[in-house]
Design a protein around this ligand. Structure first.
Ligand code: SF4
Length: 242
């Protein structure tokens, strides 16, 4: 039996069942976020390799810092598996300084390029031909790539259906009463997979909307009176005052 987090079993998938069930509430939340923020058009990248590099560099930092590091790599002519493979660790570390944790991130970029050359002839397209769960297992075997980074690459790079869980997902959906903050990454991901159709455009847009909402509204101290999800949220009314 597939596990679920914090909601009733037996609810149908989004698109097939709406109303008070978990799938219907997830779809309603998606539509409210889309109405409020509009299509996000993620992932912001020129090409698949830049997307994968961005997924690594965005770990523990704001996107604005990633953009500076990506610009540095492109200006140096290193935004390719060959470029990363041929660069020294010191050179890479200097270029990705704006993204923070630059020594570790330089090593992670190196480990990605090494993996691509050792197992896919340096071709990201070859990796993307591997279907789940194989592609996920391969990515998770690369040093420095964890579940969130792997799933981001699978969804936005390989265009395969997977739900990306991040800190914004955890915070927002915990407050919405869907899941426990103590749930593991895999439990949360399974909860969404159980209730959403494996629709790649929907999954891409939903994750992007959760991020923009989490950054701007459902912050550590949430701005509930301005939240498009207020009517769905058991936590919000307590913060809006009488
Ligand atoms: S109402 Fe408040 S707590 Fe609930 S989702 Fe919105 S911002 Fe977050």
């Amino acid at each position: 039996m597939r596990g679920r987090v914090g909601e009733e079993a037996g609810a149908d998938r989004v698109g097939a069942n709406r109303g008070t069930d978990a799938g219907g509430r997830l779809l309603e939340a998606y539509r409210l976020l889309l109405d409020a923020f509009g299509p996000q058009g993620w992932w912001p990248a020129e090409g698949d390799f830049e997307m994968a590099v961005g997924a690594i560099l965005t770990q523990s930092t704001a996107w604005v810092n990633v953009e500076k590091a990506i610009a540095n790599l492109k200006e140096a002519g290193l935004m390719s598996p060959e470029g990363i493979e041929g660069a020294s660790l010191d050179q890479l570390a200097r270029l990705v300084v704006p993204s923070g944790y630059f020594n570790a991130k330089a090593r992670k970029l190196k480990s990605l390029s090494r993996f691509l050359f050792e197992q896919h002839g340096g071709s990201l397209a070859s990796l993307f031909h591997v279907k789940r769960p194989g592609i996920r297992e391969q990515l998770l075997s690369v040093w420095g790539i964890g579940p969130e980074t792997a799933d981001s690459i699978i969804l936005y790079g390989a265009h395969q259906p997977v739900f990306v869980v991040d800190a914004y997902t955890r915070r927002t959906f915990s407050r919405l009463g869907f899941s426990s903050l103590m749930a593991s990454y895999d439990q949360l991901q399974r909860f969404f997979a159980d209730h959403l159709e494996p629709d790649v455009p929907l999954l891409k847009e939903y994750h992007a909307l959760i991020v923009v909402h989490g950054k701007s509204i459902c912050r550590p101290t949430p701005l509930c009176p301005r939240c498009p999800l207020l009517d769905l949220c058991p936590y919000g009314p307590a913060r809006t005052g009488p």
